[in-house]
Design a protein around this ligand. Sequence first.
Ligand SMILES: [Zn+2]
Length: 115
Amino acid sequence: MPSIPYKTDYKHTRKFKTKNNKSYSKPEHAKLYNSRRWRGLRNMYYKYNPLCIMCKRNNTIKEGKVVDHIKPVSEGGLFYEWKNLQTLCTQCHAKKTAREVNNRIKQRKRDDASK
Ligand SMILES: [Zn+2]
């Protein structure tokens, strides 16, 4: 099993993505995250949704840290779509990312097996 880092430092991931194609997100996404449009939208969204949605579902009130795409952009999710956004705390975001990476690995294995 490939190991998945439990903690994902958002800023560092983003920097890493711009330089390294080996990471799971495309470099053009890094550009999107640096755009003024995204920052404006993200700040606006965060203002209205400051709490972690996943913690809230577990009846925990926790301040969110990351504005995340519900459907990942790399999987066809819309980047600037308000309805595709959710606020997560660092832990929940790391969990979600790890799950997505796991799913992608599984999918890839399935694809390889069917070849
Ligand atoms: Zn949370």
